[in-house]
Design a protein around this ligand. Structure first.
Ligand SMILES: Cc1cc2nc3c(=O)[nH]c(=O)nc-3n(C[C@H](O)[C@H](O)[C@H](O)COP(=O)(O)O)c2cc1C
Length: 380
């Protein structure tokens, strides 16, 4: 039975081959940051006021010109097609039906053009910057043509994290070991749902830029790893800002000074993120940094966070400490792997019910009433 998001993780572990589950579930090095992203939420406790009429409540939130039915976005994640054929569309459609946003990754399986209807809702695009500037110019053109109004520029994956779980399944880059193939053979349901409809998933957005030898299957990953712009800097961000007229978020900011610099450069919002613990192990959790970033950037700045958010109470804590909304990554992928679009819809519904219940228990009618006065730090 699915009661909470952890149930989807447990089921996903069963239905996915080990290499695919660990691709999603894993973090960098010793996974200290992965664990700390979760632990950070337990460091805060609620102090709930009573006898306040919160019988009528709204979860809606405005982010610039976008109104979301709940303060929740599905984080951009690459290569979703490895979890289930058509996973990008399932995520987009479930988000649209719930009135929240899904962010399409540069390294999504579906292309921007495949997703031009946004699954029926708002279409956001996450940009990784490649060395060849023409690729960035072209991706932004395609995003605009596909109707994207919000751009998310990820700045924290320039040097790839050391994801050791992944390494154990491959005998050489992108070549699974014999043991991994045998493990795949024990998951015929996954083969049917994922590979049978269209073969090995690829990278829809990169296809026009891939040299012929990288066109097939996962070849795009090799090309992409070589082509990431490892000289990315503030001038590059200013250049992207000058090219993009719509809303622009910078994802992967952690330091207060960087948050201020990004806003000064003309960003419309920030996404505090350590990439779900997949990049720099030992990195602080976004939740821990949030109060200082909010104070430095002021009440008007749009600040989103992600990493380890698994419960409505986590989301309410983030909002009380200054976030406007949050992104959720892995749980949505587990839900898609287990039960497709219906699974993602259920995962969103579980989270929104939890947000609503927490709001009621704190005596708040709207998200605007949340603040640090509702929290205290746990005694250690
Ligand atoms: C499998 C996977 C793929 C990801 N791919 C991307 C990506 O393509 N672009 C990006 O900006 N972030 C990517 N991320 C990071 C997420 O956007 C997000 O920051 C992170 O998953 C949030 O943490 P959570 O999974 O604990 O909710 C990925 C994360 C996972 C788990």
């Amino acid at each position: 039975m699915i009661v909470n998001l952890e149930d989807y993780r447990r089921r996903a572990r069963r239905v996915l081959p080990a290499f695919a589950f660990d691709y999603v579930d894993g973090g960098a090095d010793d996974e200290q940051t992965l664990a700390d992203n979760r632990a950070a939420f337990a460091r805060w406790q609620f102090v709930a006021p009573v006898l306040k009429d919160a019988s009528v409540r709204s979860l809606a939130v405005r982010l610039g010109d976008t109104v979301l039915a709940a303060p929740l976005l599905i984080a951009p994640t690459g290569y979703n097609g490895m979890l289930r054929h058509g996973a990008d569309r399932m995520l987009a459609r479930a988000a649209a039906r719930a009135g929240i946003a899904w962010i399409q990754s540069t390294v999504s399986t579906a292309s921007l053009e495949d997703m031009a209807d946004g699954g029926g809702g708002a279409h956001w695009f996450q940009l990784y910057v490649l060395k060849d500037r023409r690729v960035t110019v072209d991706l932004l053109r395609r995003a605009r043509a596909a109707g994207c109004t919000n751009l998310v520029v990820s700045v924290d994956a320039v040097h790839f994290g050391n994801r050791e779980r992944d390494k154990r399944y491959y005998r050489k880059p992108m070549k699974l070991s014999l043991a991994s193939y045998l493990n795949v053979a024990r998951h015929p349901g996954w083969v049917l749902r994922t590979l049978a409809p269209g073969g090995m998933p690829g990278f829809g957005n990169l296809r026009p830029y891939l040299p012929p030898q990288y066109q097939r299957g996962v070849g795009g990953a090799t090309y992409f790893a070589q082509q990431m712009d490892d000289a990315l800097n503030w001038q590059t961000l200013a250049w992207i800002r000058s090219l993009w007229r719509g809303q622009l978020y910078v994802k992967g900011i952690m330091a207060v000074e960087d948050a201020q610099a990004a806003m000064a450069l003309g960003a419309d919002g920030l996404m505090l993120s350590n990439h779900g613990g997949r990049q720099l192990d030992g990195s602080a959790s976004p939740l821990a940094l949030l109060p200082a970033v909010r104070q430095a950037c002021g009440p008007q700045a749009r600040i989103l966070i992600d990493g380890g958010i698994r419960r409505g109470t986590d989301i309410i804590k983030a909002l009380a400490l200054g976030a406007n909304a949050v992104l959720v990554g892995r749980p949505m992928l587990y839900a898609a792997a287990v039960d497709g679009e219906a699974g993602v819809a259920r995962a969103i519904s579980v989270l929104t019910q939890e947000i609503d219940r927490t709001l009621a228990q704190l005596g708040c009618r709207s998200l605007a009433e949340l603040g640090p006065h509702l929290l205290r730090r746990r005694d250690t």
